[in-house]
Design a protein around this ligand. Sequence first.
Ligand code: AMP
Length: 192
Amino acid sequence: MSKLNLVLFGPPGAGKGTQSTFLIEKFGLIHLSTGDLLRGEIASKTELGLKAKELMDQGKLVPDEVVIGMIKNKLASNPDAKGFIFDGFPRTTAQAEALDALLADNNDSISAMLALEVGVEELKKRLLERGKVSGRPDDQNLDIIAQRISEYNNKTAPLKAFYEKQNKLHTIEGVGTVESISNTLSESISKL
Ligand code: AMP
């Protein structure tokens, strides 16, 4: 049976992490968040973590080869997974191309991109709220939040066209109750 590999997409604050928690339960998938993996490296004070932290604290993307290497390791260490939710990855065209190639090595592919759409003022409000409890320095400063949104617009948003060309793009309104958005996502996935 082919695997269910989903790219959960959207700007910072769109609700990717929240919805991933629900989707991994419902569909039995493994959650791969490059942001979480990087924060794990920072917490363990690895060399990679220390280098990544400098960029993350400025709201800038870390180099492609760093996150591609992390994803490659995780795919290799979970050969029997029913599928994966990619959260916060890919974020550049080079990452999307690398992901396609890594999956193709196992005769596998991305099933769909689910793109959550949320307006910029709502994103800023949500991120500042999250900053009060997340302890994430990049959620606590409006200039850094603006920098992250600008990285998203310049480097990441073009990936919608990348997956649209493959007929895999599904856009989903990311404003509403958590539950209503979960339901819409589930419906889209069930139709795949
Ligand atoms: P996130 O938890 O997805 O909001 O990511 C937090 C930060 O980690 C981002 O602002 C980037 O600095 C870095 N990061 C996470 N995922 C990636 C990625 N796929 N490519 C480059 N940088 C990333």
